[in-house]
Design a protein around this ligand. Structure first.
Ligand code: FES
Length: 680
C-alpha cells in the first residue's frame, strides 16, 4: 500500500480496502470478495458488472468522494449504453477505474448471490447460488510450435480467466468444440456446472463468441395425482412460468399402493408407469417453455421432489419393495444425474438432474423439500406441518427435534372418490357456506370471486359452468354441514324431517344434501352423499392419526402452530379443517398456509447449492415414524372418525364455534333417529 492508494468502500456489503490508482472497480471487488457479477471476465461485453458510484460527503464512512474519484466514462461504456441502455449514473465495473476515495453501490441485479425476495411475508427468501453458470473466455489459437489440443487451451483459458481448474467435457462437446471456437474467432461462452458433490466442473454447453441466452431450470413437484413445474431463471431466481398436468399414472391406480400393486401384478407394469411419467414430464417441460417463449434447450437443471413410489418410478426402479414391510428404498440418498438417464429429452441434452433425499420408505423427498422450505428444525415453538395430498406428509418439531411420518389419506381431499368430485379447475365449487337456520347453501366456484347468491353470479360463471366440487370445497361443505346440524358427530346425514329442509334427498337408507341443482340448465346436480362424508372421514382420520402419532412420540399433547402445505393446503380454510378434525386443535390464528412448500423447497434446491447440502444433513437428523406398523395409529384413527373427534375436546375450536349436538341414524335402524339436542 502507498499513500497514493485510494479507499474503496462497497455497499451494501460494507467491504472496504485500499487500492492503487487505476485499479478497475471489478478487480477491487474481486479482491475484497464483493459479490459483483461478470460473465465476460471484464471485457466490457456482458454488462453484468454495473455499479453505482456515490459522490459527495459520506459522514457514515468519514470520506468525501469527489467527481474525479473514478476514471472518465469510456468508449466501451458509451457503446453499451447507446446500444442496450443503462441507467444514468451507472458505470461498468470492469471499465471504471479507481482514481480516488470512492463509495460504490452494487445494485441487486449485479450481485451473483442476489436474494430473491419472496412476495409473501411468511416465506423465506432464496439466495442465488446455482450449480450452473455462463462464462465467456478468450482462447489461445493453436500454434505449430506449441502443440496442444483445443480443449486443453479452453481449460487453460478457464483456469487463467476464471480460476476454474480441472474441467471435463463429454464427447458431444468435444465434437462441437473446433467449429465453435473457429466460428467465434477463439472466443466462446461455456455453460459450466459444478454440483455440490462434484469433484470436477463440467462443461454442459458451448457457444461461439459471447452468448447471453440465459440459463434456466425446472423445479418439479412430482405428485401421485399432479405434476407441478416452475420454470426458473437461474440468474436471478425469477419464476417465469408455473404449470401442472395430471400424473398419467393415475390410469394404473389412483393412489400409491394401487400403483405398487399394479407393478406387482403386471410384469413390466413398473416400466409402463415409468414411461408414462417421463413422457408427461417431457410434455410439461415443452409446454411450460412454450408459455414462457423459451427454448427448452436453455434448461440446464431439473430438480425433483416426490414421494418414494414416484421417486422409484421416475428413476425406473421397481417400487415393489415399497409395498411391503420393512419398506426398503433402493436408495434414500440424494441423486445427481444426467437428464438423459431419465430420458428427459425436452431439456438441454446435457442438463443435470437433482433429486432431493427421501426421509424413509414412506416419507419422501417431497417431505424433505417441505422441511427445506419450512425449516421446522429452526422453529422456537412446536410446529406441525402437514402437506396435504393423496398421501399426507407430516412433520412435527422445533429446534430440538423433528419427527416425520406419512399417512395414507387417499385422494378424497383432491376431489377423487367424491360423488361430484373433480380436480381444482374453473367451475369447481371451492368455497361453501350453509345458513344454520334455513340450511340454504351459497358457494363460490374457481374462476369467479362472486358468491352464488350474488345477482351477477350466473353471468360470471356462464363460461365455466358449475361442474363439480373440488377438495377444498368438499372440506368446507362437510364442515358447514356439521356446523349447520345437517351432519352429526358420527358423520351421519339427517333426513328432510330431521334437518328441516327439502334439500335432504333420501337415497336408500341414507341421505344426501343437495348443494346445487343445475338440471334446469342441463348442468349437473351436485350433492354431498353419505359416501362422500365417509370418504372424507377416512381421509381426515388418517391425517389426524398421523399427526397424533408424532405428538405421542414427541411427548406433547398440543402444538403451538400448524402449517398447511401443498397446493391444496393453500386453499383449505383453517376453521373448516379444524371443525372437521383434520388437524389437532390449535389457536386458529396459528393455523397458516405455506402454499406449495414442496415446490418451494424444490426451487430453493434449484437456485442454491448450499441448500442441497443443508437438506441432506437435515434429513439425516429427522426421526422417522412408521405409521403402518404402529398399533396406536389404528387407535387414533378410530377416535378421529368422529367430527371433529370422539375424545379430543378441541378447546380452541370450542371457543369460536358451537357445534349443534345432533344425532341421526340410518333410516329404520334404532330409535334415536331425529332426536336433536342443542348445546349451549
Ligand atoms: S464484466 Fe462484463 S461488461 Fe464488465
Amino acid at each position: 500500500m502507498t499513500n497514493t492508494d485510494a479507499l474503496v468502500i462497497f455497499t451494501p456489503s460494507g467491504k472496504r480496502g485500499r487500492f492503487a490508482l487505476g485499479t478497475p472497480v471489478l478487480t477491487a471487488a474481486r479482491q475484497l470478495g464483493v459479490d459483483l457479477d461478470s460473465v465476460c471476465g471484464g471485457r466490457g461485453i456482458c454488462s453484468k458488472c454495473q455499479i453505482q458510484p456515490g459522490y459527495g460527503e459520506f459522514p457514515k464512512f468519514g470520506i468525501h468522494v469527489d467527481d474525479e474519484a473514478l476514471s472518465d466514462w469510456n468508449s466501451v461504456e458509451d457503446r453499451y449504453k447507446t446500444k442496450r441502455g443503462m441507467i444514468d449514473g451507472r458505470r461498468l465495473g470492469c471499465q471504471a477505474k479507481v482514481m480516488g476515495d470512492v463509495v460504490i453501490d452494487v445494485p441487486p441485479e449485479s450481485q451473483v448471490h442476489k436474494q430473491v425476495i419472496r412476495k409473501s411475508a411468511t416465506q423465506r427468501d432464496i439466495v442465488m447460488d446455482p450449480a450452473t453458470r455462463l462464462l465467456y473466455i478468450e482462447v489461445a489459437e493453436p500454434d505449430m510450435h506449441e502443440p496442444s489440443g483445443d480443449f486443453e487451451r479452453v481449460s487453460q483459458a478457464l483456469a487463467s480467466q476464471w480460476q476454474v481448474t480441472d474441467v471435463e467435457a463429454d464427447l458431444a462437446i468435444l465434437r462441437r468444440l473446433q467449429p465453435v471456437l473457429r466460428k467465434g474467432e477463439w472466443k466462446m461462452t461455456v455453460a459450466l456446472h459444478k454440483g455440490h458433490k462434484d469433484a470436477r466442473p463440467r462443461i454442459l454447453d458451448i457457444w461461439p463468441g459471447f452468448h447471453d441466452g440465459g440459463l434456466y431450470g425446472l423445479a418439479i413437484d412430482l405428485g401421485s395425482t399432479t405434476i407441478a413445474a416452475h420454470l426458473c431463471d437461474l440468474r436471478d431466481g425469477t419464476v417465469l412460468a408455473s404449470s401442472g398436468v395430471m400424473n398419467p399414472q393415475i390410469r394404473f391406480g389412483e393412489d400409491l399402493m394401487s400403483r405398487v400393486s399394479y407393478a406387482m401384478m403386471n410384469p413390466g407394469g413398473d416400466v409402463e408407469m415409468t414411461r408414462a411419467v417421463r413422457e408427461a414430464i417431457n410434455a410439461l417441460a415443452a409446454s411450460i417453455c412454450a408459455e414462457a417463449h423459451l427454448d427448452p434447450k436453455a434448461i440446464f437443471e431439473v430438480v425433483f421432489v416426490c414421494n418414494p413410489v414416484m421417486h422409484h418410478l421416475l428413476l425406473g426402479i421397481d417400487p415393489v419393495e415399497l409395498g411391503q414391510a420393512p419398506f426398503a428404498l433402493a436408495t434414500s440418498g440424494s441423486l445427481s444425474l444426467d437428464a438423459r438417464e431419465l430420458e428427459l429429452t425436452a431439456v438441454n441434452r446435457a442438463a443435470r438432474v437433482y433429486l432431493l433425499p427421501c426421509i424413509a420408505g414412506h416419507v419422501g423427498a417431497d417431505a424433505a423439500a417441505v422441511a427445506l422450505s419450512e425449516e421446522p428444525g429452526k422453529s422456537e415453538d412446536m410446529v406441525l406441518i402437514v402437506d396435504v395430498g393423496t398421501n399426507a406428509e407430516i412433520l412435527l418439531g422445533n429446534k430440538t427435534r423433528v419427527l416425520a411420518c406419512s399417512s395414507p389419506t387417499g385422494p378424497a381431499f383432491e376431489g377423487a372418490q367424491i360423488s361430484s368430485g373433480q380436480r381444482a379447475a374453473p367451475g369447481a365449487i371451492e368455497r361453501v357456506e350453509i345458513d344454520p337456520v334455513t340450511k340454504e347453501p351459497r358457494f363460490r366456484v374457481i374462476g369467479s370471486d362472486l358468491w352464488s347468491d350474488d345477482p351477477d353470479f350466473a353471468a360470471a360463471t356462464a363460461g365455466s359452468g358449475i361442474t363439480g366440487i373440488c377438495g377444498s370445497g368438499i372440506i368446507e361443505a362437510v364442515a358447514e354441514m356439521r356446523m349447520a346440524g345437517i351432519v352429526d358427530p358420527k358423520g351421519l346425514i339427517g333426513s328432510a324431517d330431521q334437518v328441516g329442509t327439502a334439500r335432504m334427498i333420501a337415497e336408500g337408507r341414507t341421505h344426501s344434501y343437495l348443494l346445487h341443482d343445475g338440471s334446469a340448465e342441463d348442468g349437473p346436480t351436485i350433492m354431498v352423499t353419505q359416501g362422500d362424508i365417509r370418504a372424507i372421514q377416512l381421509a381426515k382420520s388418517a391425517l389426524y392419526a398421523g399427526a397424533r402419532l408424532l405428538m405421542d412420540e414427541m411427548g406433547v399433547d398440543h402444538v403451538d402452530r400448524v402449517t398447511l402445505a401443498g397446493a391444496f393446503g393453500a386453499h383449505i380454510s383453517p376453521k373448516h379443517a379444524m371443525v372437521l378434525g383434520m388437524i389437532p386443535d390449535a389457536p386458529l390464528d396459528k393455523v397458516t398456509s405455506a402454499g406449495n412448500a414442496a415446490g418451494t423447497g424444490a426451487r430453493i434446491a434449484l437456485c442454491n447449492l448450499a441448500a442441497r447440502s443443508a437438506i441432506e444433513a437435515t434429513v439425516h437428523d429427522i426421526h422417522k415414524v412408521e405409521t403402518a406398523i404402529e398399533p396406536r395409529f389404528q387407535e387414533h384413527f378410530v377416535n378421529a372418525n368422529a367430527i371433529p373427534h370422539a375424545s379430543d375436546p378441541f378447546p380452541h375450536l370450542a371457543g369460536i364455534v358451537s357445534l349443534p349436538d345432533v344425532s341421526f341414524n340410518m333410516a329404520g335402524s334404532g330409535a334415536d333417529g331425529g332426536r336433536r339436542r342443542r348445546r349451549g
